[in-house]
Design a protein around this ligand. Structure first.
Ligand code: ADP
Ligand code: ASP
Ligand code: MG
Length: 471
């Protein structure tokens, strides 16, 4: 029997009906698969947990964060009450939720007094949503007559201590999973693992970044050498673009790992950007399916997508909140090491560089980073290049905010003539100015920078002119 990891996102466990539906999907797959389930917090819960902590920092009295905690408590209590009949399981869940909400109250109280929140405390707080949803789903499955047990991923996924964006230590994680999961699976118990969270070797709770449950499922799938990972959401699959921008975006039947990686890295909110990484090594197919339309095949993500789609643009995505930094000056020509110093300074500020453009004459280096890091980066660069600026080897270090990276994705773009012409033609028709371009570093992405005010139109133009009309 093959092993299947199933991940259910926040909407799939977001209400009484959704949790029942999720439980039925799990039960329906009993004949074919040995199953491991990974769950997100109920929809909106992680946001509310963050809000409780931030309110504890900012508000004058305790009532404000206490009200948020009361809301979270009631939401879980009511959901559990509606899902389970009176009895031991229900009482135990009520008291677990009560215990977690008391702990949250105590943490928020300390934060309120201290007036600040550390990333480490934030991870302890945001882990609570998944702790509640995993226990709830396991109890519902038991109630429906199946052996199921919730497990906190703090016992399974070992990470570094980069709180709020921790990275898994794969070898240690593998050992834990073999020790703690395999026997349960073999005994026919369905483990319900908390998504999003892990712990350091010392046992301190960490999180893998927002939307991290997708990544948790891939890490677990890779360590179990699963046959497939299925990601259940509230959309029919990965769509040709964000449905909030283009409501009639269509489902893409098949994508390669690289295409999916490119799409999620450049802003498609459908999957955590690191999701495909653990799957590549073991060549584990990933499916994106709709909890509320379960018979629909969804999107399959595999090593190599079907050949006939090569050289076509399959999807377009945009990443907002970017700034462009330009280091320029004629004196830079031939001065060795300017690029290396520039990027090590940027790295020193912890800024993530999403796109780099350098003119061939070496007169300028231009790159894109998230706007929240730009002022620190420009300041650090001015300090690092103080001498070059004084000598006028570098004329200026400037930045431009309010830009967006738009990325068109499809395998084989690099060696298919005419694709860029179609993309730029579509933008030209709508009078959209392209500020910068990068293609070629990745085999399947063409990225361009436009003003934030043009971003929605740029995505719509590329979607309608290049994807729908056959790129
Ligand atoms: P989950 O909570 O199940 O992880 P998410 O809300 O994180 O689900 O991701 C699914 C959402 O991503 C969809 O509801 C959709 O609005 C959004 N989205 C953005 N871009 C895309 C895309 N290209 N394909 C599918 N969904 C997308
Ligand atoms: N609950 C977490 C979040 O909202 C993780 C996830 O949903 O994947 O970011
Ligand atoms: Mg998500």
């Amino acid at each position: 029997m093959g092993t299947l990891v199933m991940k259910f996102g926040g909407t799939s466990v977001g209400s009484v009906d959704a949790i029942n539906q999720t439980a039925d999907i799990i039960l329906d797959s009993a004949k074919e698969w040995r199953r491991l389930v990974v769950v997100s917090a109920m929809n909106g819960v992680t946001d509310a947990l963050i809000d409780s902590a931030q309110t504890a920092v900012s508000s004058d009295d305790e009532l404000a964060f206490r009200a948020i905690i009361a809301g979270l408590h009631a939401k879980h209590h009511d959901t559990i009450g509606a899902l389970l009949p009176e009895g031991k399981d229900r009482e135990q869940l009520f008291s677990t939720v009560q215990g977690l909400m008391d702990e949250l109250g105590a943490l928020c109280h300390s934060i309120h007094i201290l007036g600040e929140i550390t990333p480490r405390a934030m991870d302890t707080i945001t882990s609570m949503g998944e702790r509640m949803s995993a226990r709830t789903l396991a109890a519902v499955l038991r109630h429906k007559g199946t052996k199921s047990q919730s497990i906190d991923a703090t016992q399974l996924i070992v990470t570094d201590d980069k709180y709020q964006n921790a990275a898994p230590l794969m070898e240690k994680t593998l050992a834990r999973i073999q020790e703690r999961l395999v026997s349960a699976l073999d005994a026919g118990v369905i483990p319900i693992v908390t998504g999003f969270i892990g712990a350091t070797e010392e046992g301190v709770t960490t999180t893998l970044g927002r939307g991290g449950t997708d990544y948790s499922a891939a890490i677990l799938g890779s360590c179990l050498d699963a046959d497939e990972v299925w990601n259940w959401k509230e959309v029919d699959g990965v769509l040709t673009t964000d449905p909030r921008i283009v409501p009639d975006a269509q489902v893409i039947p098949e994508l390669s790992y690289s295409e999916m990686g490119e799409l999620s890295y450049f802003g498609a909110k459908v999957l955590h950007p690191k999701t495909v990484l653990p799957l590549i090594q073991h060549n584990i197919p990933l499916r994106v399916k709709n909890t509320f339309n379960p018979t629909y095949p969804g999107t399959r993500i595999v090593r190599e997508a079907a050949d006939e789609a090569r050289g076509k643009i399959k999807a377009v995505t945009a990443i907002k909140g970017m700034s462009m930094v330009i280091v320029e000056g004629r004196g830079m020509i031939g001065v060795p090491g300017i690029a290396a110093r520039t990027f090590s300074t940027v790295a020193g500020q912890g800024a993530n560089v999403l796109m780099i453009i350098q003119a061939s004459s070496e007169q300028s280096i231009c790159f894109l980073i998230p706007t929240q890091t730009v002022s620190a980066v420009v300041k650090a660069l001015e300090e690092e290049m103080e001498r070059e600026l004084a000598r006028r080897d570098i004329d200026r270090i400037s930045s431009r905010d309010n830009v967006v990276i738009v990325t068109a994705v499809g395998a084989g773009l690099r060696d298919t003539p005419g694709i860029s012409a179609k993309v730029f033609g579509a933008l030209g028709q709508a009078d959209i100015n392209v500020v910068a371009i990068a293609q070629g570093s990745s085999e399947c992405g063409l990225s361009l920078v436009v003003a934030a005010a043009d971003a929605v139109d740029a995505v719509r133009q590329i979607h309608s002119q290049v994807i729908v009309n056959g790129g």
